[in-house]
Write a protein that binds this ligand. Structure first.
Ligand code: BGC
Length: 745
């Protein structure tokens, strides 16, 4: 039957349209705020609306290629709905006063900032935090960061970064949770809850932002801002789920990434920003560009002019323009020319105003500008203690020959290396308002603990070729019972725009270790880094290797806790440590291939190298303890899981078989043996961080539901397939204790 639009239908439609317009839109779910937002939208001129979609940077602190403008004039003209890099209660009050008192409608601005691993109290870099596998501690750190940042006038953090990173050459690996999607999801949830809490309008909670949407971490050759080519299947299986988890956790905003994804830059990509984010996931917050990513569409070659770039980005779904300065006045012109719809501008502004309403800014624009609170909050003793505690949970012990660590309290220590007294380096990249002056260095903390039993010598720089300090370092080593050598990367060797092609210890540090080795003294090498490094050739130069990442303000006391044995290392690698750059990308949950290498042995015409093992130096999830943990007696609650069944339980007995009370991260992996598409050799499906007293035994149970076994099948539908699954439980991704079950339809 043909459908016909009759006059009655038309009448009905127009009645519905009028009714829809007079009903306040549910921007926030709070009727009072929704009425206010609709009232503002009704009063705003097109110019004022577009102004709400502009984000400008404070000129005295920039986090990208600087552009200049008279910010005050822009605010007065209602051309700045948001600013970034404005910090301090007093300064934010000053700028907000202009927005509220000197513009026609007095709409407050929203202030954003990169609170990535702390505001002033700096916690370990996010990659280090991921190594803690401690969701409570991570969430608590973000709660503290939100409290500090909001006390300094900030409403919105550009965090969490949930980009999966499988290539350690990429410097921004430091900012995320590493290579694994499941771990990334758990951490994303913890961070969002830490920042946003249960009520955004409280003055100590802030809006979070899931970034960088999407696949930014897949940059070819690990070079920052470079092209990405990722299949839809890999996007959906690996790169997108942490972002989806952010939506489910109620994240308030998204940031579109810089990278070209399969031929369409992420900041011009309606598949990402509309089909996936809005239609599939139902995201209701707003989307901001990355710094200048709208303008960069010209260099990608998908826009000829700035105006063109504004059109392409906005129509793709980028609602706020960070620092390209292209939305105003271009969007006004584009609407007049019919190339951008006025309705889509109204919706974008409604979403931005909704965030302001939820933050309480429409009720009180000065809610976050209390200087007394700022003073009391920043660097409080509790915050510093939390930073110390989280830092010590992040350290990963890779090797510990002859029980070199922990050192005896009465030992004579030679503390050497370029990162032992490195107040700035220890706080890592993206350290917010972290100030090296607040840092407690390793040297300071060791001096406080070991007194005159400590000798310090820098030895060499991180990156230069100067070896003039070697003699002092060797002399210090000769006087000591044990050498603690603090080596690795400086803070400016990872983070944005800091990719590396070589991943060994930079400068002359390996040579310094070799000189120290000749003294015959036991050596513990402590490594600061923002990524996985290739340490194979230097491993024999020290007895113990402890990865510190960049531990933050309280690095010194945290390291003393671990080096003296007050706390046993419990961190596990959130990224695979390769043997060589040639193995990259290397990650534990790869596919099996048609010619897998048998039992680690090189065999002709199998998938292996002629000049390297396939195996990494240290696998994902790896990390030793001062104690020793054993896993045995794996049992399943059933050998069969039926589609309708609730769950299957996998239990093992974990024993602390060493002499020290310690924490262990028990990890649970699953392998789907046969599917309609190839499946990874194993996937993390659960973990538990547990404290066991020496000698203690405990049953640890993991639960699987059919939903945990779902994947993107050959026809690109999401669901399970019947068949056999293997399970593995242990202390890293090479766990051998296993069992199996069958999933039945
Ligand atoms: C980075 C973002 C950051 C933004 C604002 C950009 O260069 O890619 O991660 O949030 O700057 O500082």
């Amino acid at each position: 039957m043909k459908s016909r639009i009759t006059p009655v239908c038309l009448l009905l439609l127009s009645v519905i349209a009028v009714f829809a317009q007079s009903t306040p839109e549910a921007w926030t779910g709070n009727a009072r705020w929704d009425v206010r937002i609709n009232d503002l939208l009704g009063k705003m001129t097109l110019e004022e609306k577009v102004g709400q979609l502009v984000q400008l940077s404070s000129q005295d602190f920039v986090t990208g290629p600087a552009t200049s403008s008279d910010v005050m004039a822009e605010i007065r003209a209602s051309h700045a709905g948001s600013m970034l890099n404005v910090t301090g209660a007093a300064y934010s009050r000053k700028l907000q006063t202009v927005a509220v008192k000197e513009t026609r409608l007095g709409v407050p601005m929203i202030f954003g900032y990169d609170v990535i691993h702390g505001f002033r109290t700096v916690f370990p870099i996010p990659l280090g935090q991921a190594a803690s596998f401690d969701m409570q501690a991570i969430e608590a750190s973000e709660r503290i960061s939100a409290n500090e940042a909001t006390s300094a006038g900030i409403h919105w953090t550009f965090s969490p970064m949930v980009d999966i990173a499988r290539d350690p050459r990429w410097g921004r690996m430091a900012e995320g949770s590493g290579e694994d999607t499941y771990l990334g999801i758990q951490i994303a949830k913890a961070r969002i809850h830490g920042f946003q809490g249960d009520d955004l309008s409280k003055n100590d909670t802030m809006l979070a932002c899931a970034k960088h949407f999407a696949a930014y971490g897949a940059a070819q050759a690990g070079r920052d801002y470079f092209t990405t080519e990722v299949s839809e299947r890999t996007m959906r299986e690996d790169y997108l789920p942490p972002f989806r988890a952010c939506v489910d956790a109620g994240v308030g905003s998204f940031m579109a990434a810089f990278n070209d994804l399969n031929g369409l830059p992420a900041s011009a990509n309606p598949w990402l920003l509309k089909t996936i984010l809005r239609q599939e996931w139902g995201f209701r917050g707003f989307v901001v560009s990355d710094w200048g990513s709208v303008n960069e569409l010209k260099y990608h070659g998908v826009a000829a002019t700035g105006k063109d770039a504004a059109r392409v980005a906005f129509n793709a779904g980028v609602e706020m323009d960070m620092e390209s300065k292209l939305y105003y006045p271009n969007l006004v012109t584009l609407v007049k020319e019919g190339l951008v719809s006025e309705e889509s501008i109204r919706v974008a502004v409604g979403r931005v105003l909704a965030a302001k309403a939820k933050l309480g800014l429409l009720d009180d624009p000065f809610r976050y500008t209390d200087e007394a609170r700022e003073k009391a909050t920043i660097l409080s003793p509790d915050n510093l203690e939390a930073a110390r505690d989280l830092a010590r949970r992040t350290f990963v012990l890779l090797q510990n020959l002859n029980g070199t660590l922990p050192v005896k309290k009465d030992a004579k220590i030679a503390l050497v290396g370029p990162l032992a007294d490195a107040a700035k380096d220890q706080i890592g990249c993206w350290h917010g308002r972290g100030d090296p002056k607040d840092s407690v260095t390793l040297r300071a903390a060791f001096a406080a603990t070991f007194g005159d039993r400590l000798v310090y010598a820098r030895g060499c720089d991180v990156r230069s070729d100067d070896t003039s300090g070697f003699a002092d370092a060797v002399a210090a080593a000769k006087k000591a019972d044990v050498v603690v050598a603090v080596v690795g990367e400086s803070e400016d060797m990872s983070g944005e725009g800091h990719s590396r092609a070589e991943l060994g210890l930079p400068g002359r540090q390996a040579q310094l270790l070799a000189e120290l080795r000749k003294t015959g003294k036991p050596i513990a090498a402590l490594v600061m880094c923002g990524r996985a490094l290739t340490l194979e050739s230097v491993l024999p130069l020290a007895d113990s290797w402890l990865v510190l990442w960049h531990p933050g303000t309280m690095a010194g006391p945290a390291v003393v806790d671990v080096v003296t044995g007050a706390y046993s290392p419990s961190g596990k690698l959130p990224v695979t440590f390769p043997r060589s750059v040639g193995q990259i990308p290397i990650f534990y949950n790869h596919k099996n291939t048609g010619r897998p290498q048998p039992a680690g042995e090189r065999v002709q015409y199998r998938s292996n190298y002629i000049d390297s093992p396939n195996s990494p130096l240290f696998p994902f999830g790896f990390g030793l303890s001062y104690s020793k943990f054993t896993y045995d007696n794996l049992r399943l609650s059933s050998k069969k899981l039926r589609e309708g069944d609730a769950e299957i339980k996998v239990t093992v007995t974990l024993k602390n078989a060493g002499n020290v009370d310690a924490d262990e991260v028990a990890q649970f992996y699953v392998r789907d043996l046969v599917g309609s598409v190839t499946r990874p050799v194993r996937e993390l499906k659960g973990f538990q961080k547990l404290h066991l007293k020496k000698g203690e035994k405990r049953d640890v149970t993991f639960t699987l539901t059919p939903a945990d076994l779902a994947f993107w099948r050959a026809d690109m539908t999401y669901g399970t397939e019947p068949g056999r699954f293997e399970v593995f439980v242990g202390g890293d991704s090479d766990a051998t204790l296993s069992g199996s079950f069958e999933l039945l339809k």
